[in-house]
Design a binder for this molecule. Structure first.
Ligand code: PMP
Length: 368
């Protein structure tokens, strides 16, 4: 059976090679006689898996030496609390609201500090980004939070704001859950980045946190020790038992990413090249179609999550049923936005996007 193309927003498709390797190693990892799930996290086998995964993600994302890489639990939503518990000092922070995920971050942070909305694109129904020059940044913010890819609204920052140039000394915190490893990161503009795994990294259950060292060590007294970045870092992400299997699967995905090549490019740069081509294929089609539309401003359209609408919404169920019959899965839009959404994460090949476009064209013809 050929594998269907899975457009799920997350948990999302994983590379077949990764799944096959995990299956082959399921009961006996590297001749150890046990599967990864059965290993002690303190044993030399798992430590080697962990250290390789950490080194690979550092290399893939070109993370500078003064940043710690942590593998935590709780997902993106727990980080909405963990970040203010660690960085806010109970004082004030700025949040730029560009969709559902940054709005959630803002509301959660308000439990631990004074959260201030520096800008919002709610007026455009989150189909654009507020211009950085117009953000109302506070002089005393402990950090500025943005979500660099809004998974539901399909809005992505293609350039990170330079807070210093905007007159703020605060570090930038980015929720990069839904586009991590799909593009390079300019760490000179970032203080902390966090992301759940279940889109571009691997199975749900592990959260990647990359934090500049000087931002650690200021957690509120009420911060659980297992969520105190300094404690987690001091224990090499093993203060408590880490999600070992998810880390192993993430490690296999990192190895797969390192093998990606596009001409002279490799790793994340090769992936980014491919992601640009995939997104262009779908957006060009949408922009030239009269039966389909995408409402997001061109300069901030997400490469990863493409919401789109049929001109005749009464055809939505028929569209989804026809897609499913062809092995094009999970295209239903998020309930808060409606319509359709195609998620084009790293594991989605360009052939999957082409199959979607071909189907959309054929479906439109049946409407005439
Ligand atoms: N942030 C973003 C951008 C997301 O897309 C998601 C999940 N879709 C989350 C946060 C929440 O992640 P989790 O469910 O792992 O807590």
């Amino acid at each position: 059976m050929t594998r269907p193309f899975n457009f799920s927003a997350g948990p999302a498709a994983m590379p077949l090679e990764v799944l096959q390797q995990a299956a082959a190693e399921m009961t006996n990892w590297n001749g150890s006689g046990v599967g990864v799930m059965e290993m002690s996290h303190r044993g030399k086998e798992f430590i080697s898996i962990y250290e390789q995964a950490e080194a690979d993600v550092r290399e893939l994302l070109a993370v500078p030496a003064n940043f710690k890489i942590l593998f935590m639990q709780g997902g993106g939503l727990a980080e909405n609390a963990i970040v203010p518990l660690n960085l806010s000092r109970g004082q004030s922070i700025d949040v730029v609201i560009t969709g559902s995920w940054s709005e959630k971050s803002y509301l959660e942070a308000g439990k631990y500090c004074t959260a201030h909305v520096a800008a919002s694109s709610a007026d455009s129904h989150f189909t654009s980004l507020p211009a950085a020059e117009q953000w109302q940044l506070s002089h005393d913010a402990q950090y500025v939070h943005i979500c660099t890819n809004e998974t539901i609204h399909g809005v992505e920052f293609h350039t990170l704001p330079d807070l210093q140039a905007l007159g703020s000394e605060a570090p930038l915190v980015i929720d990069f859950s839904s586009h991590v490893l799909s593009r390079t990161v300019d760490w000179s503009k970032v203080g902390l980045a966090f992301g759940g795994a279940q889109k571009n990294i691997g199975p749900a259950g592990v959260t990647l946190v990359i934090v500049r060292e000087d931002l650690m060590g200021h957690a509120l007294r009420s911060c659980p020790s297992a969520f105190d970045y300094q404690v987690v870092a001091a224990h090499g992400s093993m203060y408590n038992t880490p999600p070992t299997y998810s880390i192993y699967m993430a490690g296999l995905t990192f190895q797969w990413l390192k093998r990606q090549k596009q001409g002279e490019l490799s790793g994340v740069a090769a992936m980014e090249h491919q992601n640009i081509a995939k997104a262009k294929l779908l957006y060009d089609f949408l922009d030239n179609a009269s039966f389909y539309s995408n409402k997001v401003a061109h300069d901030c359209r997400s490469r990863m999550n493409v919401p789109f609408f049929l001109a005749d919404e009464s055809r939505n169920d028929a569209f989804l049923a026809g897609a499913k019959a062809l092995g094009l899965l999970q295209l239903k839009g998020h309930k808060s936005v409606g319509g359709m959404r195609a998620s084009l994460y790293n594991a989605m090949p360009i052939a999957g996007v082409q199959a979607l476009v071909d189907y959309m064209q054929a479906f439109e013809k049946t409407q005439a």
